[in-house]
Design a protein around this ligand. Structure first.
Ligand SMILES: Nc1ncnc2c1ncn2[C@@H]1O[C@H](COP(=O)(O)OP(=O)(O)O)[C@@H](O)[C@H]1O
Ligand SMILES: [Mg+2]
Length: 304
């Protein structure tokens, strides 16, 4: 994987998030206007109209070779909100989530149809650097996966690769603070990250994601390996994080979606096994007054 040198100058990393909501590299390489004009497909009118849009999916399909795993999904993700993706196992939630930061690019044969605009820029346009995309749009996985390194080095890993030349101690401390982990680890920063409890490891992974100053954090069932108390702690943390970040979370836990998210998208799959969007709404609306019978059956436990 090539390291992007665009963020290689001191200071840039620190200010990138606040100043430039669009992908600088894409603008420079291809020209934002050109990218905008290429966009096709209708974006679904939706409740987030009043909110600033971070992701605008337009008839997005995701393929693994010939197999279409996700079919023509149009939805928007609002800034500084938590959007939950729910739906039965295998309906394409992880696939969809990975398309938000081009993580599927790493899978042989994976490709998309349709478009994802990120702050108005086509994420998949020529000239967009997937490494920079993944720095701005971080990801936390189902199983906590700290590197076999110290707590400190886990957090410092991303900034080091990006050529961060500021005060690393401060960056590590502030990242751990923001991940609500500092007080628990401040006296053992040199100990291995893997020695922490599961919940702490997951917060370490969140700190690691935060350390490179992302704009968005994607979470794929981040609590499924955690006990209820550690789960609540992550949910509280998500609530704090949305002040500064946009969060998209996949969860198979409907209580979690109902408790923790602002918007919920319900996906299911058709006979072709392709996942599609049934509906998306404010979380309270989706859980109390779903428009579709499919949603109602799912959230009342009659299906899935
Ligand atoms: N790397 C892959 N290669 C081929 N097919 C895949 C791959 N990952 C997932 N799939 C298929 O795509 C569909 C959606 O999977 P996934 O996104 O993991 O669903 P979910 O997260 O909702 O359980 C499934 O049919 C799954 O078998
Ligand atoms: Mg999944």
């Amino acid at each position: 994987m090539t390291v992007n040198t665009e963020i290689d100058s001191p200071g840039k990393t620190e200010t990138a998030v606040q100043e430039t909501p669009t992908i600088r590299i894409a603008q420079e390489a291809a020209g934002t206007e050109a990218i905008r004009q290429e966009t096709t497909g209708e974006s679904v009118p939706f409740h987030v109209e009043d909110e600033e849009t971070v992701f605008d999916l337009r008839e997005l399909s995701c393929y693994y070779g010939d197999f279409r795993a996700v079919r023509e999904i149009s939805l928007r993700v609002a800034r500084n909100k938590i959007t939950a993706l729910i739906g039965p196992s295998g309906c394409g939630k992880s696939t969809l989530l990975r398309s938000f930061n081009r993580m599927n690019d790493l899978i042989d044969g994976a490709h998309i149809g349709g478009e994802i605009l990120y702050h108005g820029v086509n994420l998949y346009a020529d000239g967009v650097d997937p490494v920079e995309v993944r720095r701005r749009i971080g990801m936390v996985f189902q199983k906590p996966n700290p590197f076999p390194k110290s707590i400190y080095d886990n957090v410092a890993f991303g900034p080091r690769i990006a050529g961060f030349r500021g005060n690393m101690d401060e960056l590590v401390e502030s990242s751990l603070h923001r991940a609500a982990l500092w007080d628990e680890v401040k006296d053992k920063l040199r100990q291995p990250g893997t020695a922490l409890s599961g919940g702490q490891q997951q917060r370490l992974c969140i700190a690691r994601a935060i350390a490179v100053e992302p704009d968005v954090i994607l979470m794929d069932e981040p609590c499924s390996a955690l006990d209820p108390i550690a789960t609540l702690k992550i949910e509280e943390l998500m609530h704090e994080l949305k002040e500064n970040y946009t969060i998209v979370i996949v969860t198979h836990n409907m209580q979690q979606a109902a408790r923790a998210s602002d918007y919920t998208a319900f996906l299911t799959m058709g006979d072709d096994r392709a996942g599609y969007l049934v509906e998306m709404a404010h979380t309270a609306t989706l859980f109390t007054r779903p428009e579709s019978k499919l949603t109602e059956d799912y959230i009342t436990g009659r299906f899935g």
